[in-house]
Design a protein. Structure first.
Length: 273
């Protein structure tokens, strides 16, 4: 299992490191990966009550409980400070602050410079990732990302594949949410990197089934209720479905919502600094 002190978006960033090649699987500019990180950042803020639902459709910041986490605070301030963003120019809306869930996700994904790199720096600070700089062929500088415990990350990916394979409904809340976002943002390569194509294909098929089933796990139900703060839902899983649908929709609009390296599941994936 991954370290428990990591947030959801940090867990995803850690999964995105190729433990063999020491580089990101999904490039830092790929829209589907950016929206996956941004969506998980919003879930992290919702679950810690830094933001809350004002009505059926809108989110507001909780001024008495700003995030202590620097990156989350940056998103929180961008969304909640009047006219910090020119919303009419950016999104064609006459408003002073972020309103809808889509507004918050888009800010998290697109308005923070070097967001994936900043999250990797958080992983370095939490001592689960190291940067090693070397010159390729003695000339070209390159930064390698070295996991402090590669076996831990590889073991967790094996565990996620097993959860999906046997339809393990009593998995943890974090496992469930990560798998929902991985499915929605089409980044299954993050779990199946270096696996044969047939393993990747089976994982996709099983993931579709796993993420579409009704939720029975009491811990997950409680978490979803907390996110929606008791709203009347036809299904409790809608709390995450709404978010992942939005991630999927706006990711498609950005035009880069495919999986890494063509999504074949057995390739080396993306990379770069």
């Amino acid at each position: 299992m991954l370290p428990s002190h990591l947030t959801l978006h940090e867990q995803l960033a850690l999964l995105n490191i190729d433990a063999i090649k020491h580089q990101p699987i999904y490039k830092h500019y790929q829209a589907n990966y950016l929206y996956a990180l941004g969506g998980l950042m919003i879930i992290d803020m919702l679950s810690n009550k830094h933001i809350q639902w004002q009505d059926k459709d809108n989110l507001v910041a909780c001024p008495e409980n700003p995030p202590q986490h620097a990156l989350l605070l940056q998103v929180w301030e961008l969304c909640s400070t009047p006219n910090k963003i020119n919303w009419f120019w950016w999104a064609g809306k006459r408003q002073d602050v972020a309103l809808s869930l889509k507004d918050w996700v888009k800010v998290a994904a697109l308005k923070v410079d070097d967001m994936p790199q900043k999250i990797e720096q958080q992983l370095v600070h939490k001592q689960v990732l190291q940067f090693q700089k070397q010159n390729v062929m003695g000339i070209f500088p390159h930064t390698y990302r070295v996991l402090v415990d590669a076996k831990e990350q590889i073991g967790y990916k094996n565990y996620l594949r097993q959860v999906v394979k046997i339809n393990l409904t009593n998995c943890s809340v974090h496992d469930y949410i990560l798998l929902k976002v991985i499915k929605s943002c089409a980044i299954a390569d993050i779990v199946t990197i270096r696996q044969p194509k047939k393993i990747h294909k089976l994982f996709i098929e099983k993931l579709d089934l796993f993420t579409s089933q009704a939720v029975e796990n009491e811990a997950i139900i409680s978490f979803l209720l907390q996110l929606r703060q008791g709203k009347d839902l036809e299904e409790l899983a809608e709390a995450i479905d709404v978010l992942t649908d939005i991630i999927n929709d706006i990711g498609d609009v950005m035009g880069d919502a495919g999986s890494a390296d063509g999504g074949d599941g057995g390739g080396d994936g993306g990379g770069g600094d």
